[in-house]
Design a protein around this ligand. Structure first.
Ligand SMILES: Nc1nc2c(c(=O)[nH]1)N[C@H]1C(S)=C(S)[C@@H](COP(=O)(O)OP(=O)(O)OC[C@H]3O[C@@H](n4cnc5c(N)ncnc54)[C@H](O)[C@@H]3O)O[C@H]1N2
Ligand code: MOO
Length: 418
């Protein structure tokens, strides 16, 4: 039988792993800045952050209740215990407690000397200014110990961490008002092509809207980079080279789309050479997203993506964004994806690893996510992405996947931060 293979595949294609290793290489950009905690979300820590104080800072009550003396708790006495004082969160600590008495403590109150456990108020009977226990109490019950969460001087956030709400919480708790973060990576996005017009502009006969620029700007925007819209250049080698020569010094990374596949109208790669840099054109075993180039002009890295919109998106998710992460000081890794099951037959010609928009439609009998391919595939069909929950992956070396067959699924949210 004649097995149909991918017509765009052939010898010399780079696997994703090989490409990732070469493209996503280099060290973080130089320079750090000190930013107030309120503006630190999304930024990447430049150095480990330690807490100067223990958390909690002092022994404190975990409940609204009553503190009892160690002797009474150890002996299992039930009372009645006269209540000799009260402490609330932030209030001055009561005097040392003696055996046979109790102290009223609210949640967060400092534990007075002598108190060895706190009984919840629901577990006591109160009468005439005294309480009696209605349940057993053990030493240490309902007391948060000094330093049990964070030991004084210990590392609370490692270097190279993208700060999110979790980190901001512990940093604030430890009194950290500002953090030293890697400076923002300066990214520029450029489209190429005579046929392009911006949305809202009049379309000449056979012109198309530039959909890549807004999409790539959104994909690369985020806490750890500033993204500039560099507009469009026409298919003119001299113009493109001149533009890159003029702007590259203001950027750490320029991402272009279009003009990379090497026809007589494709200048994206040669323009980098003419602008004084170097670039390497490679054919990736990726569908969509085969033509690709990467290089640099001076200290500015340049990634040249294919023009087809889905190919540009896949190239950004797989390589350009991990490179931005790397330049930001993050540990950029290829997402592993989830083991999943095809909900219906998926047609695939061996040769390139294919990424298709797919929706989560349930769980298989084994409890794995069931995913349904959306649309007909192809590198110029954007609409199926809207209803998709992620990208399903069909490896380069296999053919069709029948319904019920295994595949890997990358959720947009977790694997691609969309
Ligand atoms: N003979 C061959 N032709 C093509 C091959 C091949 O191997 N041999 N590869 C195909 C593949 S795969 C891709 S992907 C594209 C990549 O081409 P280029 O990177 O050179 O991109 P262009 O030719 O400039 O454009 C391709 C396509 O995308 C549209 N485009 C470009 N920029 C934008 C934009 N900013 N927004 C929206 N659409 C854009 C453009 O109009 C074209 O339709 O080459 C195949 N051809
Ligand atoms: O790589 Mo192309 O992206 O198959 O269209």
């Amino acid at each position: 039988m004649n097995v149909k293979v991918d017509p765009c595949a052939g010898p010399g294609l780079w696997s994703i792993a090989t490409a990732f290793g070469s493209i996503v290489a280099g060290s973080r950009v130089g320079g750090t800045e000190n930013v107030p905690l309120a503006r630190a979300a999304g930024r990447v820590t430049a150095a480990p952050i330690r807490s100067r104080i223990p958390l909690p800072r002092f022994d404190q009550s975990a409940m609204d209740g009553y503190g009892l003396h160690a002797d009474d708790v150890a002996a299992g006495r039930a009372g009645p215990f006269p209540v000799i004082g009260a402490v609330r969160a932030g209030g001055a600590a009561a005097p040392r407690l003696g055996p046979g008495t109790a102290v009223r403590l609210l949640t967060g109150a400092a534990i007075p000397g002598g108190v060895a456990a706190v009984v919840m108020e629901e577990r006591v009977a109160a009468s005439g200014g005294a309480i009696s226990l209605r349940a057993r109490l053990a030493l240490g019950d309902n007391i948060r110990r000094r330093g049990e969460d964070v030991v004084e001087g210990s590392e609370i956030v490692p270097a190279g961490t993208r700060l999110d709400a979790r980190h901001l919480g512990v940093l604030a708790a430890s009194g950290c008002a500002a953090v030293e973060v890697v400076r923002k990576v300066r990214v520029g996005i450029l489209s190429t092509g005579d046929e392009l017009a911006d949305p809202g502009e009049a379309l000449a006969l056979h012109a198309v809207h530039d959909s890549n620029r807004p999409m790539l700007i959104a994909l690369l925007a985020g806490g750890s980079g500033t993204v500039d819209d560099l507009g469009r250049v026409t298919d003119d080698l001299g113009r493109m080279a001149g533009f890159l020569a003029e702007v590259h010094a203001d950027y750490d990374l320029i991402v272009t789309s279009g003009g990379v596949s090497g026809s007589d109208a494709d200048h994206s790669v040669r323009a980098i050479d003419v602008a004084g840099g170097t670039s390497r054109r490679v054919a990736l075993a990726v569908k969509p997203g085969k033509p690709f180039a990467f290089g640099a002009i001076g200290a500015c890295r340049v990634v040249s993506l294919p023009g087809n919109p889905v190919a540009a998106m896949v190239g950004t998710l797989l390589f350009a964004r991990p490179l931005l992460d790397r330049l930001s000081g993050l540990d950029a890794r290829q997402p592993e994806g989830l083991a999943a099951i095809a909900a219906s037959d998926v047609f695939h010609r061996p040769g390139r690893t294919e990424f298709v928009p797919a929706a989560l439609v349930g769980r298989s009998a084994q409890g794995l996510p069931l995913v349904e391919k959306l649309g007909k595939g192809g590198s110029a069909r954007l609409a199926p992405l809207v209803a998709a929950d992620g990208l399903a992956v069909i490896p380069a070396d296999i053919g069709d996947i029948p319904a019920g067959g295994p595949l890997v699924f990358h959720p947009f949210t977790t694997d691609f931060r969309l």
